[in-house]
Design a protein around this ligand. Structure first.
Ligand code: ATP
Ligand code: MG
Length: 421
């Protein structure tokens, strides 16, 4: 539904967040009716929150499709035998599995990630150099028995992940894709509104380049410490921070700031670690058997949503960037009289006809309540209809992203918003 009358929205805002909730993102999102806390580390997404999550996924999906990704959907249930091939079934190696036993016998786990099952699956389809390269991705619920779950939706025990996996013929082919993925990630963080706060960060692990890369968003709510060169817009994480690494990356200590951040995404060259374990090979042009070169590329859409709130949210208000806002415009109807209702309906029609997504606050509530709720819901545009605005000559329009307010006609409103929505 691309428009909604607020009297039909079953969620209600709340003045206070639950006492036990400590993370700013969860507090604001619960107060706005975006999410519901099921238990520590598990949150339900309510209609407003689910719209935001979906819009974040839409941005990610478009960037993954643009670099040649094909979307699929693997299973959450995992077969122990597949994971034993890499040793990652063991609780000593992976310490956050949720495992259970089948009634029919046999052990299964809930997926923490998907390298193993996907590599195994690809052995059915990849045989020749003609079958490569392949880039596949999914949006999947992952399960991790995290020890700490105090960062709201930024660290769930159940959470959504977009994970893309690349299968390439050579290091060069892999590296070329890796760079494209890097750029796609920059685009994503820019489009969801936290590009200026998000920095590519060299981290440990990686197969030819000695590094993998994390995308770290600066916020005190993060759990990571990174060393940032603001001018160069690159950082190093604390696992690899050393004189040697700084020299290698062309960074100097004097230019680095120690900052707190949250990892919103990461990209990783896997080399042949998984293809070796599953004997995923292809026959090249000279009829020689070669191992497939792999990479993995993750983003947590829920964590990203939490990071957006941490960065852009205030004490009692949110301001969603345009690409991810649950609706474009909040239409506030200031009284219940027939004239105001008719005017609100006219504005609602005109805007939605022009493709603008509108949330119409048509409830019988006080102006104070409506404004407080609108602040919590956090839409980028706001239009107020009522006696006061009418006396001033029309509709009071606020572009909250630029903090500009003016009185406009319906036609002007449609033009101003439809242009930018
Ligand atoms: P962290 O170091 O923060 O625990 P990770 O390195 O284990 O994360 P990956 O396994 O690489 O993360 O997962 C890919 C992406 O999934 C991360 O960049 C992050 O955006 C997201 N993610 C990871 N763990 C969680 C979680 N518990 N809750 C929500 N999102 C998560
Ligand atoms: Mg990490």
């Amino acid at each position: 539904m691309s428009r909604m009358r607020q009297r039909h929205l079953f969620t209600k805002t709340r003045k206070e967040a639950p006492k036990e909730e400590t993370a700013k993102n969860a507090k604001l999102l619960i107060r706005g009716g975006f999410i519901h806390k099921e238990m520590a580390g598990a949150y339900a997404y309510l209609p407003l929150g689910y719209r935001v999550l979906q819009r974040i996924c839409t941005v990610i999906r478009s960037e993954m499709d643009a670099i040649g990704g094909h979307e699929l959907h693997l299973t959450a249930l995992q077969d122990k035998r597949i994971w034993e091939k890499t040793g990652r079934w063991s609780d000593e190696v992976v310490d956050n599995w949720f495992k259970t036993t089948l009634a029919a016998g046999g052990e299964v786990g809930l997926a923490t990630t998907h390298e193993e099952p996907l590599t195994n699956l690809m052995t059915e389809f990849i045989h020749s150099y003609k079958d490569l390269p392949v880039y596949v991705y999914q949006f999947q619920t992952k399960f991790r028995n995290e020890k700490r779950a105090k960062s709201g939706i930024m660290r769930g025990r159940e959470f959504l992940m977009k994970d893309l996996y690349s299968f390439s013929r050579s290091d060069e082919e892999h590296n070329e894709f890796y760079e494209r993925a890097k750029q796609a990630y920059h685009n994503i963080f820019e489009r969801v509104g936290i590009g200026a706060h998000t920095f590519i960060t060299s981290a440990s692990g990686g197969s030819f380049s000695p590094y993998s890369h994390e995308f770290q968003t600066l916020t005190d709510a993060g759990e990571d410490t990174i060393y940032l060169d603001r001018e160069k817009k690159i950082a190093v994480n604390d696992e690899i921070y050393s004189e040697e690494v700084l020299a290698d990356l062309g960074l100097s200590k004097e230019n680095l700031e120690t900052v707190t951040a949250v990892e919103v995404g990461n990209i990783f060259s896997l080399g042949t670690k998984f293809s070796d374990a599953f004997d995923l090979t292809y026959v090249d042009e000279d009829n020689k058997k070669q191992p497939v070169i792999m990479g993995s590329y993750g983003i947590g859409p829920g964590r990203l949503m939490g990071a957006i709130v941490e960065v852009l949210g205030g004490e009692n208000e949110m301001l969603w960037p345009k690409e991810v806002a649950p609706f474009d415009l909040h239409l506030l109807q200031m009284s219940d009289d027939d004239t105001t209702y008719a005017e609100a309906e006219k504005v609602y029609r005109a805007l939605t006809d022009a493709g603008v997504e509108v949330l119409w606050d048509d409830r019988a509530a006080s102006a104070g309540e409506k404004f407080a709720d609108a602040d919590l819901i956090g839409l980028p545009y706001r239009a107020v209809v009522g006696t006061k605005a009418r006396d001033a000559g029309g509709i009071e329009f606020t572009d909250r992203t630029t903090d500009t307010v003016r009185i406009v006609s319906v036609e002007e409103l449609v033009r101003l918003v439809a242009e930018n929505a």
